[in-house]
Ligand binder design. Structure first.
Ligand SMILES: Cc1cc2nc3c(=O)[nH]c(=O)nc-3n(C[C@H](O)[C@H](O)[C@H](O)COP(=O)(O)O)c2cc1C
Length: 503
């Protein structure tokens, strides 16, 4: 089977990792706390390069930062700005100690189960205060470690089949360490790799926008080459996305063949459990060559879906949240409980509009369809809807009070019923696979995670709450059917007023 062409692998994986009431009841998976993975990747033999801890947080308005290209381009990247970007994307923003002594270091971007499997690397070409090279970012000690000396951008440009990476000042690369997530979520964790890197990309692209870094997201690259460049053990960790940042300068010198690297890291736990189906899913969606990447980028997306009934326009989105981006991210925390209080139509409209504007990327927007359960939004009748981003309007699927249904759909979590509104991302998965090959499965999960992450920022910017949620897959589709017939449930984000704000 040629790489990225085993569409049934993605379909089967998705179906085998669906949640149903009985699969959840009978899973029998108990958390083994003795082998809970350590949340940081620590290179034992590389010296830390401490990042500056005093830097300006971006003062740009949170909503404005969700729009690309509205900030003057930065002429140079600086180490202070890189520090701020890494902190607000992946840094430790708060610590919580639990009775009995347990401690969780919460991070800037939300992540399933606070397990934080997403790792960050930077290929540096032109950053004031930092030698060219390849670096790993550790949020634990807020330091970089140099994995490779010298400019690796030319090799990265080849691996990404994008010559502009050899000219951009730097490229940030997100990877995921499977075991950190599968410890709790088993093979379904594959989906989380993309949801959680999506929420991190929401922060990263907003902060980079605010700094004038013109971030460009690349989801297509030769996986094996990027993994090798980063020195990853591909059985345990894989590159997920690349983000080119900063101005273009003179191209990096052509790449010499880079030697393999495999620097020693601290074991995450005394024992790890392998989930072959997750590894195989990642493998089956790899692109094998630069030619394959270029061809893949030309893939035509699925035909656009069209409304069936008349649309009700939403109020125009607010241009400003009134809260600076840095403050929004520092004070963000997933709502643990929503009051049943309502949102205004303007608050919902602003969140939906900004969340669904797109980032500069190698794939088109609109691969996932935002459906909604509205529980309590002023001037919007409670019910089920489809939001149409281009028209910025709602199509009624059905009206009714669906609080109990929504809590049930969200794996019986009260958050889904108490929220003012819940966004259910569904996708034409089979059509996405036909367009983008097996990698279409990554894209569906990533795009939903990224829009969900942007919804978090829009919500916290406006001073209300949000939480990602998991769900009973088929029940979600059934709930929105016949409108959603043929689609698959991908991800859920709930919006509302938290009973207790995160701080
Ligand atoms: C993709 C995603 C899925 C999530 N699913 C749930 C969920 O099903 N239930 C829940 O209570 N929280 C959920 N969360 C919230 C996480 O538990 C939360 O992000 C994590 O504990 C870190 O806390 P923080 O967001 O407050 O920083 C989810 C978050 C994300 C990003």
């Amino acid at each position: 089977m040629a790489a990225n062409s085993d569409l049934s692998a993605a379909r089967q994986f998705h179906d085998q990792t669906t949640h149903t009431p009985s699969s959840v009841r009978t899973s029998g998976h108990a958390l083994d706390w003795d082998i809970k993975p350590f949340p940081f990747k620590v290179y034992t033999k590389l010296s830390p390069i401490p990042l500056p801890r005093t830097f300006e947080l971006p003062t740009a308005d949170t909503l404005g930062a969700l729009a690309p290209a509205t900030f003057p381009p930065a002429p140079r990247l600086t180490l202070e700005h890189l520090s701020a970007v890494l902190y607000l994307s992946a840094g430790v923003t708060r610590k919580k100690t639990y009775p009995g002594g347990g401690e969780v270091l919460f991070r800037a971007a939300p992540s399933t189960g606070a397990l934080y499997q997403t790792e960050v690397y930077v290929a540096v070409g032109a950053v004031d205060g930092l030698e060219p090279g390849l670096y790993h970012f550790c949020p634990g000690d807020f330091a970089l470690r140099r994995l490779r000396d010298g400019d690796v951008r030319a090799a990265l440009a080849e691996a990404a089949a994008d010559p502009s990476l050899a000219r951009r000042a730097a490229t940030v690369m997100l990877t995921a360490i499977y075991w950190r997530n599968t410890w709790k979520y088993q093979a379904r964790g594959f989906r989380h790799l993309y949801w959680d890197s999506g929420t991190m990309l929401a922060n990263l692209s907003a902060v980079a926008n605010a700094r004038g870094w013109a971030p460009r997201l690349l989801t297509g690259f030769v996986d094996a080459d990027v993994n090798r460049l980063l020195g990853l053990d591909p059985a345990r960790e894989a590159a997920l996305e690349l983000v080119a940042v900063g101005p273009e300068g003179a191209p990096a010198p052509p790449a010499d063949a880079l030697p393999a690297i495999s620097d020693e890291t601290l074991p995450l736990s005394s024992r790890e459990v392998d989930y072959p189906s997750l590894r195989q899913m990642q493998q089956a969606s790899m692109l094998p060559s630069a030619d394959a990447v270029r061809a893949w980028r030309e893939s035509a997306p699925p035909a656009p879906r069209n409304p069936r009934r008349s649309l009700t326009p939403l109020p125009p989105a607010r241009a400003e949240a009134g809260r600076p981006l840095g403050e929004t991210i520092q004070h963000r925390g997933s709502a643990r409980r929503f009051s049943e209080a309502s949102l205004t139509a303007a608050e919902l409209a602003t969140t939906l509009w900004w969340a669904t504007r797109w980032v500069d990327a190698d794939v088109p927007p609109g691969l996932v369809d935002p459906y909604l359960v509205v529980n309590a939004v002023d001037d919007v009748a409670p019910g089920a809807y489809r939001y149409w981003p281009e028209a910025h309007a709602l199509e009624v699927v059905s009206t009714g009070n669906y609080r109990a249904d929504s809590a049930h759909l969200c794996l019986e979590q009260a958050l889904g019923g108490d929220a003012a509104a819940v966004i259910y991302f569904l996708a034409p998965l089979d059509a996405l696979l036909a367009s983008f090959g097996t990698r279409g499965y990554r894209l569906a999960n990533l795009q939903a995670g990224l829009i969900g992450g942007r919804a978090y920022l829009a919500a916290y910017g406006q001073r209300f709450g949000a939480s990602g949620l998991t769900f009973y897959d088929r029940k979600v589709v059934e709930f929105f059917s016949p409108h959603a017939a043929g689609l698959d449930a991908i991800f859920v984000t709930a919006l509302g007023r938290a009973v207790r704000p995160p701080w």
